[in-house]
Design a protein around this ligand. Structure first.
Ligand code: HEM
Length: 269
């Protein structure tokens, strides 16, 4: 019952937000956390957009290998993020932006991993080094500075709600998936309008009480959050290049009669 009434309250909030969208736009102030966080991460956002992985998306061609590795990384990242948000749900810096019904991604990532890796996906997922570092950062922040979790939640969830719908369509098209198949990550059934929800989220961010030092900390953490994402994307690309090289070497070696079968990473025998 509590969940149903929570959803109703939130839906009412969204309607309220809709009514006030215009007013809020006019009223948004330079001193708002939502404005400051957007402005300090502006350059980082451009750099994130220009990583090879994101450029592949913008060119409209993402490969199955790229996408599977991205899913593995996102699983590890959201597992850490959502565990820390759950643990700190009643912390004053987290409670206003705690929206598990609407935003939680972990279960959808599990479904997608099962789709791509099969029922034994848990034994098959890999955790690239930069992804592991990102998850460690999230756990450290959750333990030592829960006030800074908002920076990480903002970076991931508002990004997902902004470009996510387009990325979902590109993934579907590039991989030739039937509608919805293996694409749960991109769908937010609890969010009727991403734009209105983003508005609500920003106003909740702005309601968090932070002293100067804490505010500075949150802004710095947001830049770090973007940096973590950039490193994860670069890491995924470099893993793929190594795999590609090994496959090419294997193909060449096979062609030259050096290797007849076995692991692609084997050198000449
Ligand atoms: C917002 C594009 C990648 C995080 C946005 C917006 C666009 C966009 C058009 C809306 C801007 C607005 O409402 O004013 C893209 C494209 C990407 C990309 C084309 C790459 C293909 C990323 C990545 C992250 C990210 C990798 C972080 C992991 C965000 C965030 C916002 C946002 C946090 C909300 C900004 C705010 O309203 O405060 N993005 N994005 N984006 N993006 Fe991205």
């Amino acid at each position: 019952h509590r969940q149903v009434s929570d959803i109703k309250i939130r839906q009412a909030n969204e309607v309220e937000t809709e009514k006030h969208t215009q007013a809020e736009k006019v009223q948004s102030k330079d001193s708002d956390l939502s404005e400051q966080i957007k402005s300090v991460t502006k350059d980082s956002h451009v750099r994130a957009e220009n990583t090879e992985l994101m450029l592949s998306y913008q060119r409209g061609n993402i490969s199955l290998q790229q996408y599977k590795l991205l899913l593995c990384s996102l699983y590890e990242i959201y597992r850490a993020l959502e565990e820390e948000l759950d643990t700190n749900a009643s912390h004053p810096g987290v409670a206003p932006i705690y929206f598990p019904q609407e935003l939680a991604r972990l279960e959808s990532l599990e479904k997608d991993l099962e789709y791509f890796y099969g029922p034994n996906w848990r034994e098959r997922v890999i955790v690239p080094a930069a992804t592991h570092r990102y998850a460690q950062r999230l756990r450290k922040v959750g333990k030592e500075n829960p006030h800074f979790l908002v920076a990480h939640a903002y970076t991931r969830y508002l990004g997902d709600l902004s470009g996510g719908q387009i990325l979902g369509r590109i993934t579907q098209k590039s991989l030739g998936l039937r509608s919805g198949e293996g694409l749960s990550f991109f769908s937010f059934p609890g969010v009727t309008s991403p734009n209105l929800f983003k508005q609500l989220y920003r106003s909740r961010m702005n309601s968090i009480e932070l002293n100067e030092e804490e505010r500075e900390g949150v802004l710095k953490e947001a830049v770090i959050a973007f940096e973590c994402n950039i490193e994860v994307f670069d890491d995924i690309q470099s893993i793929l290049i190594v795999t590609e090289d090994a496959n090419t070497q294997h193909r060449q070696a096979t062609h030259n009669g050096y290797i007849s079968h076995g692991d692609a990473a084997l050198a000449k025998t």
